[in-house]
Design a protein around this ligand. Structure first.
Ligand SMILES: Cc1ncc(C[n+]2csc(CCOP(=O)(O)OP(=O)(O)O)c2C)c(N)n1
Ligand SMILES: [Mg+2]
Length: 380
């Protein structure tokens, strides 16, 4: 069989032959609506109600407070290892405001704010990072996938879900999939992008470029000047957004979701943000993070700029802030109490979830594990 050569319409046969990469013709657009001082690009201000704006701010403040409380609990030995999300609140809360309950949230582990906005109880974080399986489920959370620690793997799940939607003819829902900058070096992500485009499925990838993959700086992990440009190879629109600007994150996700639901296919959003705390509680960023870089990003905090914006609109003030802080403090304390009062820990629960049905080899391992545990408690 003679294969027909198929030339993409973007190939310009008049271009002089050259291997010089300095001539790059693609362009990546960048969206920012609220700058780091809270100044607004009024022409691009999203059409959001006061209620929506306050719920967005509340979610970001709550996420910050829960994150800091989780860190303290870990340092006191009351909880296990966990990743911190401080600084990245806008990158997940903005997108979640644009989502409906019918949309699927497929996340990594850096989207605490977005998860809380999806209705996940605060207690879930405490449970999850203390080894309770129950921390991965919640009533009404059927379309919110559990935290994925396997870098990039969730992007395949997202595309699979979106493909199922397409087959079923669902046109009122789409998938928002979160990943990190480091994940773009995983094969899974490229397979996911490839099939998302081949099948033209309704998925929005939100890639949080927080400048680090543990201690590896973004520029040592990829030579691409932007992460958004990676989408071009798959013929997926790729855009860079100020990931600390909750309004821009909301707007870009809304536009991408509208496009996806209308059959327009996938979008790849690079949310430029920064991890203000350690990678996880077992990491010490002072060993690799330039202090001036941290300071520069502290000044671009997503919370303070959003607060300034609300104040300028006349819908926020110190009194409301004090009320919110007190309410959140109480809410977190209640969740800690509920979590620490639980006595129903089932140490062999992970064995329940390896396969859907019982498998002899897993059951042997369960028995061995429980036996070891019994021995340890009798020795103690
Ligand atoms: C497949 C896989 N490889 C390696 C790891 C170990 N690991 C955990 S977090 C991480 C860095 C991920 O960086 P990035 O995607 O930028 O996400 P971030 O942690 O910055 O949110 C790595 C390599 C893992 N969890 N999964
Ligand atoms: Mg990263």
């Amino acid at each position: 069989m003679i294969a027909k050569t198929c030339e993409p319409h973007t190939v310009d046969r008049q271009q002089p032959y050259a291997l010089d990469l300095r001539e790059r013709t693609f362009k990546i657009s960048h969206l920012q609506i609220l700058d780091e001082h809270g100044n607004l690009d009024a022409e691009r201000e999203p059409d959001l109600s006061t209620e929506d704006l306050i719920s967005l701010y509340r979610a970001m403040v709550l996420a910050r407070a829960v994150d800091q409380r989780l860190l303290k609990l870990q340092r006191q030995g009351r909880i296990g290892t966990l990743p911190l999300c401080t600084g990245q609140e806008a990158a997940s809360c903005g997108p979640v405001l644009a989502m409906t309950d019918k949309d699927w949230f497929v996340g990594s582990y850096r989207e605490l704010g977005g998860r809380l906005m999806r209705g996940e109880p605060i207690e879930n974080g405490f449970l999850l990072y203390n080894g309770y399986e129950e921390g991965s489920v919640f009533p009404g959370g059927e379309r919110t996938l559990p935290v994925s620690i396997i870098i990039g793997a969730q992007t395949l799940h997202a595309v699979g879900i979106a493909y199922a939607m397409k087959i079923r003819g669902e046109t009122d829902s789409a998938v928002v999939c979160f990943l990190g900058d480091g994940a773009t070096s995983e094969g899974d992500v490229h397979e996911a992008l490839n099939f998302a485009s081949v099948w033209q499925v309704p998925v929005v990838f939100v890639c949080a470029n927080n400048h680090w993959a543990i201690s590896l700086p973004r520029e040592k992990q990829t030579h691409s000047r932007t992460l958004a440009q990676k989408a071009i190879a798959y013929d997926i629109p790729g855009i860079q957004v100020d990931g600390n600007d909750a309004l821009a994150m909301y707007q870009v996700t809304k536009d991408a979701l509208d496009r996806a639901r209308a059959g327009g296919g996938p979008t790849f959003v690079e949310a430029v943000t920064y991890r203000l705390m350690m990678h996880t509680t077992s990491d010490d960023p002072s060993r690799y993070q330039p202090p001036e870089q941290l300071q520069a990003w502290e000044a671009r905090d997503p919370l303070s700029r959003f607060k300034s914006y609300l104040e300028a609109k006349g819908i926020w003030n110190d009194e409301r802030q004090a009320d919110l802080d007190a309410e959140i403090k109480q809410q977190i304390e209640d969740a800690v109490k509920a979590f620490e009062a639980r006595k129903d820990f089932k140490p062999d629960a992970p064995f329940d979830h390896v396969f859907g049905t019982k498998v002899p080899r897993i059951e042997e391992q369960r028995a061995e594990f429980l036996d070891e545990l019994r021995k340890e408690s009798t020795d103690a």
